[in-house]
Design a protein around this ligand. Structure first.
Ligand SMILES: Cc1cc2nc3c(=O)[nH]c(=O)nc-3n(C[C@H](O)[C@H](O)[C@H](O)COP(=O)(O)O)c2cc1C
Length: 223
């Protein structure tokens, strides 16, 4: 399928056939997430393939009972790895950018400028910005996965509305799920991708008009 067709075909799919998804198809979707670009290539993510009915039922409860979460044959738990922004790890990522010639500065500039500058070093900005930058990177990863899911003939729903560190709701159940899934302290479960063979054909949902969201040169000037 052409990428443009996959994008235009996208609809959130919330009903699935019980048919399992072959591992090689799932792997292509997961690879699409792994291949996504990220800030200084820090890749602050981890993807957990969840197929266990009991865990999916609990995740659905965390998501205010959203049915697609327990009905989907596969849920990918998208975790934000906040430790990826820690300075030693950020340094490793920056050094790889230097080694590959993406940025051309000596090592001491990485240590004395980049890792102390809030523009380049996300950790310098504190927890709120670390979290928002993590979401920014995850969004790109699950957009890539969404397009690959369509390309594989599958349906997906991105589920962001559930209890976790952000909402601070259902703390006990969330902690239980984190422990069961082996998610460490500095990793947050931030998004669920429910995936399966579509069992519905929803109409395309409306989008703001092109000229409302696009300008050329100045806001309000048509492209
Ligand atoms: C970050 C994010 C979180 C979302 N969370 C949910 C959710 O919790 N439950 C749900 O049913 N849909 C969720 N959606 C799907 C949106 O409601 C949907 O994309 C939007 O209504 C447009 O419809 P479409 O995807 O069919 O084009 C989410 C989408 C995004 C991008």
């Amino acid at each position: 399928m052409e990428v443009t067709d996959a994008i235009n075909t996208w609809r959130s799919i919330r009903k699935y056939k019980s048919q399992p998804i072959p591992d090689e198809t799932l792997r292509k979707i997961l690879e699409a997430g792994r291949r996504a670009p990220s800030w200084e290539n820090v890749q602050p993510w981890h993807f957990i393939v969840i197929e266990d009915a009991d865990i999916k039922e609990k995740l659905s409860r965390l998501a205010s009972g959203q049915k697609q979460v327990k009905q989907a044959p596969v849920v990918i738990g998208v975790c934000g790895d906040l430790s990826a922004w820690d300075k030693p790890k950020n340094r490793e990522a920056l050094m790889e950018l230097v080694q590959s010639g993406v940025i051309n500065v000596p090592e001491e500039v990485i240590d004395n400028v980049f890792l102390k500058d809030p523009v380049f070093c996300v950790a310098e900005n504190g927890p709120a910005i670390i979290l928002s930058r993590t979401f920014e990177q995850l969004g790109i990863a699950y957009a890539f996965m969404a397009i690959e899911a369509v390309n594989q003939g599958l349906g997906m729903c991105i589920v962001g509305a559930f209890a976790n560190e952000i909402t601070q709701a259902q703390k006990k159940l969330y902690q239980e799920i984190k422990t069961t899934l082996g998610i460490p302290e500095k990793m947050y479960l931030l998004c669920l991708l429910t995936i399966g063979v579509p069992d519905e054909e929803p109409k395309s949902r409306p989008r703001k008009l092109f000229d409302t969201v696009v300008s050329r040169g100045k806001v309000g000037h048509k492209f």
